[in-house]
Design a protein around this ligand. Structure first.
Ligand SMILES: [Fe+2]
Length: 384
């Protein structure tokens, strides 16, 4: 079988790496960049420090500080107009997935006419944009190393993605110092997103030996270090391992794709306004238990990476049950609530399966599953 490996982004990593932003951006030939972030990063001083670092390296900056969670198409179009008017030759995004996806959306519209919804789906022939430098401040999204951006479509009330080489960053700067101030709830909510990327990649439709290796190591790192980062946010070693785990998981799912956990997550997130990582995590144990029916070897690997023992002669059903228990116990240990504790009525949850099976990502689910079975998984996860 011939396997092709997709998308790997040059990266600089380590404590203090963000202080090399100016030098690195100058080396890419940029003279005037749009710096993209949200008001929270401005308030804690991270954005100003990086803007100053860029200017000290002789790079002019224009700032867009209006990044919103789940970036709306209208906001991306407004920022892109700013980028075009200012004739920038590079984009620096600082923040979580929302800031990085906003930067990617802007890049799509630098030389391609709006609206951005015209470009949802796989795009191979867009006019190129400008170099993009991504500086994540959370460990979860992996967006700094993927080839897609997720945008909220305001007219349709859903999320969709542009998947294209134009969304691939030129450089990722991974500085764990920038994640030291993340509060515990944000640490776990973003960390479980990386976990979902890793376990779904491992059981995904397009997994390959490289994505498997990245996903397995990511799960091991998350199992070992996310609880430490959750309990003690100032632990630099844990933050270093988590920023690496998030990148590994991002590379894994760019190759192997995610599946049912993310279709459920996108739908629950849109319906009940739950943070993305939590929305993916609430049913992840049941999703992986179900995946064991066809992918028992991969689910066995997940158990092993989580430190759960699986008897040599365990059946696929037994392996699935062990994975469900291990994942549930892990998710609970880092304070992720179930759907009931999130205050969502069961009747409302049981109305969403048809929306889940209509999600664009549902086509990537590598096994057959009906809306009725999805409802069973949701019911089982509801108060688990
Ligand atoms: Fe995700």
């Amino acid at each position: 079988m011939i396997t092709s490996y997709e998308v790997f982004v040059p990266s600089v990593m380590g404590s203090g790496a963000s202080l090399r932003t100016g030098i690195k951006v100058r080396a890419l030939g940029c003279k005037k960049v749009l710096v993209v972030y949200d008001k929270g990063l401005k308030a804690v001083g991270i954005a100003d420090t990086i803007v100053e670092n860029l200017e000290n390296a002789g790079i002019k900056t224009v700032c867009f500080d209006g990044v919103l969670p789940d970036p709306p198409d209208t906001m991306v179009e407004e920022a892109a107009e700013m980028a075009r008017n200012e004739t920038i030759d590079g984009i620096v995004a600082i923040g979580g997935g929302s800031a990085i996806d906003t930067a990617k959306g802007i890049n799509v519209l630098i030389n391609n006419t709006p609206p951005i919804m015209k470009y949802f789906g796989v795009q191979k022939n867009l006019k190129p944009g400008v170099p993009m430098i991504f500086i994540p401040t959370t460990s979860g999204t992996g967006s700094e190393v993927t080839n897609m951006c997720v945008i909220s479509c305001t007219s349709r009330g859903n999320k969709d993605s542009v998947v294209s080489p134009i969304c691939v960053g030129t450089l990722a700067i991974l500085d764990p110092d920038l994640t030291l101030g993340l509060p515990p709830a944000m640490t776990s909510a973003t960390g479980v997103d990386a976990l979902a990327h890793a376990v779904e990649s491992l059981t995904g439709a397009h997994s390959n030996p490289l994505s498997d290796a990245l996903a397995r190591d990511s799960i091991r790192l998350i199992a070992r270090w996310l609880p430490v980062a959750y309990r003690d946010g100032s632990n630099l070693e844990a933050r270093e391992h988590m920023i690496l785990a998030s990148m590994f998981a991002g590379m894994a799912f760019t190759n192997a794709l995610v599946h049912l956990g993310h279709s459920i997550g996108h739908t629950l997130g849109a319906q009940f306004h739950i943070p993305h990582g939590i929305a993916c995590a609430v049913t992840l144990p049941e999703v992986i238990e179900y995946a064991a029916k066809t992918e028992s070897k991969k689910v066995r690997m997940i158990c092993e990476c989580l430190g759960a023992d699986v008897p040599e002669d365990a059946t696929p059903e037994e392996i699935g049950a062990i994975a469900r228990t291990a994942l549930r116990s892990f998710i609970k240990s880092i304070g992720i609530s179930n759907l009931k504790d999130l205050g969502i009525p069961l009747e409302a949850v049981l109305k969403v399966p048809p929306l889940i099976t209509a999600d664009t990502g549902f086509a990537l689910v590598p096994y057959r599953i009906t809306a009725a079975k999805v409802a069973e998984l949701l019911k089982s996860a509801y108060d688990a």
